[in-house]
Design a protein around this ligand. Structure first.
Ligand code: XIL
Length: 488
């Protein structure tokens, strides 16, 4: 069953049934694997079971960071190109198009069973100067050509388009950008109609920030949607960017989303992050967990809220430090792709469970970008006992598996190998937080330099992605330094 290809035309309630099936398949895989004690699963699987998606932004350079992509493909089912579909990249000079960076993001998404939010077609920012230098009489034609060419190029490959990005000022007036100057407020309807003509199946969004709660700006967006609907202009959704400051998620967010969906459009949280004044304290991280919970709870409570996307995978990838001086730590993953309290909070909000209040969820991918494989174990250090929890997230032809190894013995393990046998037909395509060889059959995972030492009670999570030919079951048993581990 292919669930994530193609454009979903169902309202969220229909999606919920579809996704619940996907989650049941994944859960069935877990049962088949017979692994007791699996305590968590990826965000996307949990989100799909609730009828929503969970996405992330990815840039072209992100794609060569294997620690990052391991998390991206294991946790998220929707991708927004961070910059690669913006006008300055796609049409840097009049009539000259470059879709190669965006195509790479789309290929990555397709290879990993993820959908794509196209971002964006018309925006005052990252707009090449040739557009704003055009005589006003030529702007409409340039805008329409740009939309038609880009939306046609990506036709059938994007779930949605942010057709117009950030049209409003904070006081609710429209920005006086090149498009407004040339066409007045009619440019928005014109852009939507042009996008619809090029790709009738893509969901068409207007996307903005500071419209998450009820205020002058969201009132203006509300009135715009109302008038567009009344005029029969194609519009499917409103994107709430959700670049929050710690502790400032608006209390009116749910009610605000509800008033939009009452107009007959969907809503989505499109660029979620929650910035903290650095250095971040543990109290800050706890508040951030609360903030993320509020956002996910609000989306789940509104039937027309189709999904939540975080802006970037981890703190190392976030735009925040570069744009908001002194702020950072805005995502669910730290700079080493270890899950933060916000990640565990989102798992819980989505109905999953975490292994312990502060420990990472066993489904979380983790890796150190700078880690390199260490030589074979330096000390025999046979663990007197160990336990292994593993979580498989499978789709029709592939799977990701996260394996949490815990030293339950009283001695420290200095360097380890984990032995296990892959089910027939499974071939590993990438691994994280360990080196795994060979790629099929009986394999050995060897620690990297940063996770080779396991003090008593310590745990580490490794994982891999694999293709399969129908049998997505997890390995029946694991050995750590030759000794069989219990499940759990
Ligand atoms: C940001 C990107 O993340 C940065 O890399 C780039 O330099 C500036 O734009 N609202 C949007 C996004 O709609 O496109 C912006 O992305 C963040 C704010």
């Amino acid at each position: 069953m292919s669930l994530r290809t193609g454009t979903l035309t169902h309202p969220r309630r229909a999606q919920r049934a579809l996704y619940a099936t996907a989650a049941a398949i994944a859960a069935g895989t877990l049962l088949l694997a017979g692994q007791a004690g699996a305590t968590g699963t990826g965000l996307k699987t949990l989100a799909e079971a609730k009828g929503i998606y969970f996405g992330t932004a990815l840039t072209q350079s992100n794609l060569s960071n294997s620690a990052l992509t391991a998390v991206a493909s294991g946790q998220f089912d929707m991708v927004t190109p961070g910059n690669e579909m913006k006008w300055d990249t796609t049409e840097p000079s009049n009539g000259t198009y470059n879709f190669s960076p965006g195509d790479q993001i789309v290929s990555y998404a397709q290879a990993n069973g993820m959908r794509v939010r196209g971002h964006n077609l018309v925006w005052h920012s990252q707009l090449p100067s040739w557009v704003s230098s055009l005589p006003t009489t030529q702007v409409q034609a340039a805008m329409e050509s740009h939309i038609t060419t880009e939306a046609t190029h990506y036709k059938g490959k994007v779930y949605s388009w942010d057709v117009v990005n950030e049209p409003f000022n904070d006081d609710g007036t429209l920005r006086q950008d090149a498009f407004y100057a040339a066409m007045g407020n009619g440019y928005i309807a014109d852009a939507l109609k042009t996008a619809h003509a090029a790709d009738p199946n893509a969901k068409l969004y207007l996307n903005d920030y500071n419209i998450e709660g009820q205020n002058a700006k969201s009132d203006a967006m509300y009135n715009l949607v109302k008038s567009l609907k009344a005029a029969g202009v194609p519009i499917d959704g409103i994107g709430l960017e959700s670049h929050f400051v710690l502790g400032q998620v608006p209390s009116t967010m749910k009610a605000n989303m509800q008033r939009f969906t009452a107009l007959g459009v969907n809503v989505a949280v499109t660029e979620l992050d929650d910035r903290i004044q650095l250095p971040a304290s543990s109290a800050n991280l706890a508040q951030q967990a609360t903030d993320f919970t509020t956002v996910v709870d609000d989306c789940l409570a509104v039937s027309g809220c189709v999904g939540v996307s975080q802006w970037g995978v981890g703190d190392a990838d976030s735009w925040i430090p570069g744009f908001f001086s002194g702020y950072g730590a805005a995502t669910m993953y730290d700079a080493n792709y270890q899950p933060k309290p916000a990640y565990n909070a989102v798992v819980t909000a989505l109905g999953g469970s975490t292994s312990s209040p502060s420990a990472s969820v066993s489904a979380s991918a983790s890796a150190s970008p700078s880690a390199s494989p260490s030589p074979s174990p330096s000390v025999t250090g046979v663990a007197s006992s160990c336990k292994v929890a593993d979580v498989v997230n499978a789709w029709n032809t592939g799977l990701t598996e996260n394996i949490t190894i815990t030293n339950t013995g009283s001695g420290t393990v200095n360097g380890w190998t984990l032995g296990f046998t892959l089910s027939a037909g499974q071939t590993i395509t990438s691994a994280w937080s360990a080196t795994i060889t060979p790629t099929s059959g009986q394999v050995t995972a060897t620690n990297l330099s940063y996770n080779g030492t396991l003090t008593p009670g310590a745990a580490t999570t490794i994982g891999f992605q694999a293709n399969h030919t129908g049998d997505a079951a997890a390995p029946a048993s694991f050995t750590l330094n030759g000794k069989t581990c219990s499940a759990g």
